[in-house]
Design a protein around this ligand. Structure first.
Ligand SMILES: [Fe+2]
Ligand SMILES: [Fe+2]
Length: 163
């Protein structure tokens, strides 16, 4: 694994560590302290950070492809975006449940947050078990484009989804 791959994998895993800290330490402490305004602020920050991370992984239609499509491009379609995108969609439902639980109080919030936390932990374990080892299998930077074809970077023309 070259330097850029090491940095990429470390960045990916560091963000996961931040998410786990949010869900295992920061947010539960605000719930148990019944600090709902503090929770709302920290929750908004969490959602914003997750949105950035999801864009890095999935890309944005009409703008650019993400890390999962990049790995698929260089490794012959071994990964597939759809299964990870489906997990992200499930997380969005659980996130909405947490947001809705804020106004119902700490007990509802604790339940919704626990459900979301368990879902995220499973998702991150899945990603780290499958994606991170593939980063190590990327062809060396100098050989990538000549051996396999240039990474298109931009979303395919015509605005079609790659799902
Ligand atoms: Fe993800
Ligand atoms: Fe991730």
């Amino acid at each position: 694994m070259g330097e850029s791959e090491r940095v990429g994998a470390a960045f990916f895993q560091s963000f996961h560590a931040v998410m786990l800290n949010d869900l295992g330490v920061v947010l539960p402490a605000l719930v148990s302290g019944n600090d709902l305004p503090g929770f709302t602020e920290a929750w908004d920050d969490h959602l914003a950070a997750v949105a950035v991370h999801t864009v890095m992984e999935e890309g944005v239609e009409g703008v650019g492809l993400g890390a999962i499509a990049m790995l698929d491009h260089y490794l012959g379609g071994v990964l597939g975006l759809a299964r990870f995108a489906a997990e992200h969609a499930q997380e969005s439902v659980a996130q909405a449940a947490v947001t809705a639980a804020i106004e119902r109080g700490a007990i509802s919030l604790e339940c919704a947050l626990g459900t979301y936390q368990a879902m995220v932990e499973d998702h991150l374990k899945h990603e780290e078990a499958v994606i991170v080892p593939l980063v190590a299998r990327l062809p060396p930077p100098g050989s990538r484009n000549s051996a396999i074809g240039a990474w298109p970077r931009a979303w395919p023309m015509g605005g079609s989804s790659i799902l």
